[in-house]
Design a protein around this ligand. Structure first.
Ligand SMILES: CC(C)(COP(=O)(O)OP(=O)(O)OC[C@H]1O[C@@H](n2cnc3c(N)ncnc32)[C@H](O)[C@@H]1OP(=O)(O)O)[C@@H](O)C(=O)NCCC(=O)NCCS
Length: 166
């Protein structure tokens, strides 16, 4: 089981790298991380969040978190997630293993759709999602920014259930 100081190390490494995840530049601290963990645990207990941490020994090398889209009850059938693997551990199947866990949980929850938005230049993530059956369904021009540049946000989805609309 990883402790909060290891979580802080992991998030600071990901944040410093300024890769294609939401965290970039901000510094994690034990206090902030502990508060975030409490909030996430409460969401997990409510069945609104599912988190997977990839560990090598006691070192955190990857994370993913699935949330039911909660903007309002009409999108509760939709799952959105974030995923990342620490530099130096990519390309070894960790992302794939975590995606499999997400998919299992999404099916258990009865979700009908997976939705993800990604940087247009993030070819590795796109390949991984395509491998899992995601399809592009549109782009938001200049929808994301990184390192002082705007990029298109590619929207991808995957149907998880059967039915007319999803
Ligand atoms: C995207 C990411 C999570 C994938 O995790 P990973 O552990 O490297 O993925 P895997 O090793 O399981 O590879 C999954 C698939 O991605 C693709 N892939 C992996 N490395 C690749 C590379 N260097 N170039 C192109 N495609 C690649 C392949 O399709 C691969 O499947 P395959 O090995 O069966 O062909 C990881 O690269 C990462 O953390 N990137 C930075 C953060 C990020 O982009 N997060 C996603 C935001 S939407």
């Amino acid at each position: 089981m990883a402790d909060v100081t290891e979580l802080v190390r992991y998030w600071n490494a990901m944040s410093r790298e300024d890769t294609f995840i939401a965290k970039a530049g901000e510094r994690a601290t034990v206090k902030l991380q502990a508060a975030s963990l409490r909030k996430k645990r409460a969401e997990q207990a409510e069945g609104l969040r599912f988190t997977v941490i990839a560990l090598e020994g006691g070192r955190i090398v990857g994370h993913t978190s699935l949330c039911r889209a909660r903007i309002h009850h009409r999108s509760m059938h939709r799952g959105e997630f974030g995923i990342g693997v620490e530099k130096g551990y990519r390309g070894e199947g960790i992302g794939t293993a975590m995606m499999r866990e997400l998919e299992k949980k999404a099916k258990q929850w009865g979700l009908r759709l997976f939705v993800i938005g990604l940087f247009a230049e993030n070819r590795t993530a796109r390949k991984m999602y395509e491998k899992f059956g995601f399809k592009e369904c549109g782009r938001i021009p200049g929808g994301l920014s990184r390192k002082g540049k705007y990029s298109d946000e590619v929207m991808m989805f995957k149907r998880l259930g059967r039915g007319r609309s999803a």
